[in-house]
Design a protein around this ligand. Sequence first.
Ligand code: NDP
Length: 328
Amino acid sequence: MATFKSIRIDKTETGTAASYVDFDDADLMDGDVTVRVTHSTVNYKDGLAITGKSPVVRRFPMIPGIDFSGVVESSAHAGFKPGDAVVLTGWGVGETHLGGYAQRARVRGDWLAPLPAGLSAAQAMSIGTAGLTAALCVLALERHGLKPADGPAVVTGAAGGVGSVAVALLAQAGWSVIASTGRPEEADYLRGLGAAEIIERKELSEKSRPLGKERWAAGVDSVGSHTLANLLAQTKYAGAVAACGLAQGMDLPATVAPFILRGVSLLGVDSVMCPMARRIEAWARLARDLDGARLAAMTTTIPFDRVIDTARDILDGKVRGRVVVEVG
Ligand code: NDP
């Protein structure tokens, strides 16, 4: 029986444990497309899954990895044929369905997107869920009618995965980007991605007043908690903040003041169950606008056997930008 390299999470008496194992082909879950995985990545959620810090995984044993790119091996889905280059992010893969940290994945074809023209399989994973989410945030702000002439855009968790891609995309679209980071040593990195101004994470992470000075027209927040409350309180009249993350916390200790006195909007962004049409729009935007040199500057490539260590690092805030995992 054929086996392939994978990471497997098992339930233990004390919680969960992740290890590198050979996985049996026969144990793959149902799906109409089988993919030879060439690349994956390490997102914050992968960190939570592998360390067991949050109950992200809801089926055991589980192959984690919420994203992968690769080549179709076999398909009973009308949209895909052997040899097609594909990318998958989200849909519960790596949580309820066996995921991307494996040389082979069997999934529903409806979850797959064609590899966007102009991107390699490695670049697609350099973007991954984090980058796709950043693009969905930018598109949400634009759909709200916001444009660079309205004022600066702030990005929190700027040196992280979502943050790095958001900084680069917003700068490319002409925004003056204010990057908030707890890593002042990454100021040059963030300027290289296009940030015009760097601010200290601490400025935004303490308890917020109901309203503050109006500083930005738009925001991309991957941090939540007090940081999101401060972002809202300092957003200009009729501005908006796209919220997608909880690196500081899941709470939102804010007041309604920004909404009812300044007409500020809070735009929720989810990438996991996001409809395919919106994903395709976001991938096309990324392929068109995300500068290849900036994408390379934010990317670290690791071999498969570094995934578990890197999962720990990302939760400790030690990973800069994005990580590509060489699986194939
Ligand atoms: P990263 O770890 O790469 O980035 C998170 C960044 O947040 C860190 O790099 C750090 O940036 C900052 N940060 C970390 N801890 C704290 C803290 N305690 N207080 C304030 N800032 C902090 O993760 P990702 O970019 O992959 O994901 C970011 C968040 O977005 C996560 O919460 C993730 O779950 C969420 N997410 C949600 C998605 C969705 O569909 N809604 C999809 C993808 C991600 P710096 O060092 O610059 O301060």
